[in-house]
Design a protein around this ligand. Structure first.
Ligand code: NAP
Ligand code: F7E
Length: 350
């Protein structure tokens, strides 16, 4: 049921969170605008696909590298709320293309803030910056007892994390310098049926579905020891919206307060298709084996190792729970289940 007639602009609307957020805001009665990049026009297959799935999004062509396009978008749309979700968001990729990552994921945030100022809207727009748990360094640098809070120290371990830290600080800086309503959501990993297949959870659930249907023999992964605080993206976009409804701008952590290893994710995903996965060997020789058939279903491929890792992420969402009344609904087994079920249907062509 519509609750508002506000206008929202979402950058990166074709990404995982963009889709969830656009739907949420549309359901709340917002007029939703979303940026995509490239030289698409209405006849482009990707453009058509987005419009078919989410006809309510008004698509705007704007690259985060292009200050002029962003300024024009602000002038024409005059949004009440801006959610800056666009980024080079893959941590592994950021090691391969650190300069583009710095430009888009870091300096792109400055472009957004300057576009708002150039359009003369800095007193009216509420700005959300998609900050990340990758700004914390993992156990070697910062050992959280009950999880990282908004006050924990940062020590990013990848070009992506460093670029995001710039985005975090420049957002805080514009809040302090110009009195802008600008804040960061520091979000821990969130996944789901819209997650890109280049991220480990979706790679696992897609592969499990394909193995079940006889379309794939095994899956190859990198570091199995990393632990992540994984939630459901649908729950997290509700938290983003709640942040921008507060009287004063403030930064918030969204997390589940639980951490699980890649191994645990694999075990649960295979369990969904009736396979008990057991582990043999160690290091690059580790394998995941079907306990009943002895078939190797998982191998390690060093190609997926990163030059440096965040070994463990665990967030403390107390502030968001207390001040925003936010709480995740989907738990870890529920998340794995919904992703595997979705991919089984998708791979079966249903
Ligand atoms: P995503 O699926 O990778 O979506 C990112 C979007 O940004 C894509 O639609 C991409 O467009 C767009 N983009 C990339 N480069 C761009 C450019 N130069 N100009 C304009 N758009 C560009 O990411 P997500 O998972 O939805 O995450 C949303 C945001 O939250 C990101 O900023 C991410 O870094 C951050 N974050 C994510 C998580 C998480 O666990 N998902 C956690 C913390 C923070 P194309 O489709 O054309 O590539
Ligand atoms: O990796 C390990 C990998 O790429 C998770 C982004 O949304 O969340 C995401 O970043 C872990 C890492 O996500 C493979 O080494 C093992 O330890 O799914 P991921 P991420 O790096 O945690 C944060 C919060 C963001 O902000 C980012 O935008 O899994 N891993 N084997 C693998 N990872 C991948 N991708 N592929 C593998 O084969």
């Amino acid at each position: 049921m519509a609750e508002t007639t506000k206008r929202a602009l979402i950058t990166g609307v074709a990404g995982q969170d963009g889709g969830h957020l656009a739907k949420l805001l549309h359901e709340k009665g917002y007029e939703v605008y979303g940026t995509i990049r490239g030289q698409m026009e209405a006849s482009h297959p990707r453009y058509r696909q987005i419009k078919e799935e989410m006809p309510y999004i008004n698509l705007v062509m704007a690259d985060l590298l292009d200050l002029a396009a962003l300024t024009r978008a602000m002038q024409e749309i005059k949004p009440d709320e801006v959610y800056n979700l666009a980024a080079i968001s893959h941590v592994g990729y950021s090691f391969r293309d650190p300069i583009l990552t710095a430009d888009v994921t870091g300096k792109g945030v400055l472009h957004m803030l300057e576009a708002i100022r150039l359009a003369g809207l800095e007193k009216t727009i509420r700005f959300y910056q998609a900050s990340t748990s990758e700004m914390y360094g993992g156990l070697e640098y910062n050992r959280p007892e009950t999880g990282y809070t908004e006050e924990a120290a940062f020590h990013p371990r990848s070009p992506y994390g460093v670029a995001k830290l710039y985005g975090y600080w420049i957002t805080k800086n514009y809040r302090e310098n110009y009195g802008m309503y600008a804040l960061s959501g520091i979000l821990f990993n969130h996944e789901g049926e819209r997650r890109g297949p280049e991220f480990v959870t979706r790679k696992i659930t897609q592969s499990v579905a394909r193995i079940k249907l006889g379309k794939q023999e095994h899956i190859e992964l990198g570091n199995m020891d990393a632990k992540r605080d994984w939630g459901y993206a649908g729950d997290y976009v509700e938290g983003m919206w709640r942040m921008l409804q507060q009287d004063q701008p403030n930064d918030y952590v969204l997390a589940t307060g639980e951490t699980h290893s890649i191994r645990e994710f694999c075990e649960l995903a295979f369990k969904e298709i009736g396979v008990e996965l057991t582990w043999q060997g160690s290091g690059v020789d580790e394998t995941g084996v079907d306990a009943s058939t002895g078939k190797t279903l998982l191998k390690i491929n060093p190609e997926f190792f990163r030059p440096s890792e965040v070994d463990l992420l665990l967030g403390d969402p107390t502030k968001a729970e207390t001040e925003l009344g936010w709480k995740r609904a989907v738990d870890f087994p529920g998340l794995v289940k919904l992703m595997v079920e979705h991919d089984l249907k998708l791979e079966a062509g249903q």
